[in-house]
Design a protein around this ligand. Structure first.
Ligand SMILES: Cc1cc2nc3c(=O)[nH]c(=O)nc-3n(C[C@H](O)[C@H](O)[C@H](O)COP(=O)(O)O)c2cc1C
Length: 175
């Protein structure tokens, strides 16, 4: 099977990680993937914050009350942000970069999960973006879109079954 197809079939969100650290050269490759992601008008509006300090990861996991546990669990979190003054397509710029990061991680044998930040709220009803900005001293114009959690998988997920894809969501020539 084509290697890239194989990577896509096997990528699943991983939320539990082993304690094995991620080699520094792999962290560099993952960040390079983000920095080579395409952006609207080549604005490169993204900003990335790599966090591996366990106490900081624990604090970051408070960015929302549910679906954020992988942040405290992971070996490395990359907070993917974008500067809305740099591009009107800042959300798309950040989203594409986050996906590149996840795919590069998969190619390195790592598991990853996207944790949504933009548009979410903490348990105290503070916007999650603001909470992450305060926690990591991010300037106001730089909005955290998501946090990609990374580490070696400590859970098994089934690969996608290509026989069960939602082909009814694909339209040819017209809807
Ligand atoms: C925009 C977006 C937001 C997501 N937010 C979260 C999240 O906050 N927490 C989480 O655990 N997973 C989150 N996910 C992961 C999805 O739950 C997951 O991709 C989906 O269930 C499909 O599973 P798979 O990634 O294993 O194919 C998000 C994914 C995307 C693309």
């Amino acid at each position: 099977m084509d290697k890239f197809h194989d990577l896509i079939v096997n990528r699943r969100s991983i939320r539990r990680y082993t304690t094995t650290p991620i080699p520094a050269e792999d962290v560099s490759l993952i960040l390079q993937a983000g920095l080579m992601a395409p952006t609207s008008k080549n604005s490169r509006s993204w900003q990335f914050i790599a966090v591996d300090d366990p106490e900081m990861l624990r604090r970051l996991s408070g960015c929302k009350p549910v679906y954020a546990t992988s942040i405290a669990e992971c070996r490395l979190a990359i907070v993917v942000c974008a500067d809305s003054t740099q591009s009107d397509a800042w959300i798309e710029d950040a989203s594409v970069a986050a996906t590149f990061i996840q795919l590069q991680a998969q190619a390195l044998g790592l598991g990853s999960c996207w944790v949504q930040v933009r548009g979410r709220f903490t348990a105290d009803n503070q916007p999650s973006e603001e909470y992450v900005q305060e926690t990591l001293q991010i300037p106001e114009v730089v909005t955290p879109v998501c946090i990609i959690t990374l580490g070696y998988p400590d859970e098994q997920r089934h690969p996608y079954d290509t026989e069960k894809l939602k082909w009814d969501h694909v339209h040819v020539e017209k809807y």
